[in-house]
Design a binder for this molecule. Structure first.
Ligand SMILES: Nc1ncnc2c1ncn2[C@@H]1O[C@H](COP(=O)(O)OP(=O)(O)OP(=O)(O)O)[C@@H](O)[C@H]1O
Ligand SMILES: [Mg+2]
Length: 265
């Protein structure tokens, strides 16, 4: 009963590369339909966390539940079934360069469904319209601007009508106006489809525009969770420094920590 209130529950998640622990007993839960932002500095473990949530990495220990179903206790086939309800936007959009934008968006439908080609065509067009790329289906990814490429990645993540969507740095590397357009799209998709949205970012502007709640990661641990206003009132100096973009006193430690993680590999 408790679990029905959460779209995602993560409990004591530990993820390591070799013997280097990158996520250390991370716990949080995401409510249905909220925009939950994972915020943290470079190397704090944000991408690793997303990759683990979508099943590209296996945790060493801990529990991940999606809509109350414990993924970590399931077979790979059972996990696949749940993961069909999850869309993922990769940081670099990860479009296939040899396929048109429309074929990139259609790919998950061709691979995971037995829908007629005419149905796939309509669904693809709807998804492209949805992200503002209505006229761009026949273009190749190389013919798109940075913002259009992100939109195409979002259309592909939406192809299978997911209930949950993950975005890895959706507005990184874009100019402020284009980035704000992506933020607006993330908000619109959430309100149109009640889409539970988990957004990894380090851009404070985005956080202010989109976040219902924020989970702050620091060195692989959760430093704080709450609304932005709650975190801004935190006593934790690292959280306050990060939110106000002050250089952290512990910068040298930071570098040392990152080095200790990468040294083995
Ligand atoms: N394949 C890998 N093998 C070994 N260590 C890795 C690997 N990928 C990431 N790491 C280490 O794990 C830590 C977390 O990396 P991760 O990419 O999750 O961070 P991040 O928060 O997404 O950083 P960024 O903001 O730079 O994208 C880093 O210190 C990194 O060096
Ligand atoms: Mg990353």
């Amino acid at each position: 009963m408790k679990e029905d209130r959460h779209a995602i529950e993560v409990e004591d998640l530990v993820v390591a590369y070799g013997d280097k622990v990158v996520l250390d007993r991370v716990s949080f839960s995401v409510r249905p339909g909220e925009i939950f932002v994972i915020l943290g500095g470079s190397g704090s473990g944000k991408t690793t966390l997303l990759r683990t949530l979508v099943g590209l990495m296996r945790p060493r220990s801990g529990r991940i539940a999606i809509h109350g179903q414990n993924l970590t206790a399931m077979s790979d086939e059972q996990q696949m079934e749940i993961r069909r309800k999850i869309g993922m936007c990769f940081q670099g959009a990860a479009l296939l360069g040899s396929l048109s934008v429309a074929d990139n968006v259609a790919l998950p439908l061709r691979e995971h469904t037995r829908l007629e080609e005419s149905t796939i065509d309509i669904m693809t067009r709807i998804k492209l319209e949805l992200v503002g790329l209505g006229g761009a289906g026949e273009l190749l990814p190389s013919e798109l601007s940075g913002g259009m490429r992100k939109r195409a990645g979002i259309a592909r993540a939406m192809a299978m009508d997911p209930e949950i969507i993950f975005y890895d740095e959706p507005s990184a590397g874009l100019d402020p106006i284009v980035a704000a357009g992506i933020d607006e799209l993330i908000r619109n998709l959430r309100s149109t489809f009640s889409l539970t949205s988990v957004v990894v970012t380090h851009e404070m502007e985005s956080v202010r525009l989109i976040a219902d709640r924020v989970c702050m990661l620091h060195r692989g641990r959760v430093a704080g969770i709450g609304t932005l206003a709650e975190l801004e009132g935190s006593d934790d100096p690292y959280i306050r420094d990060f939110l106000t973009r002050r250089p952290a006193e512990s910068d040298a430690d930071e570098t040392e920590w990152a080095r200790s993680l990468t040294a083995v590999d």
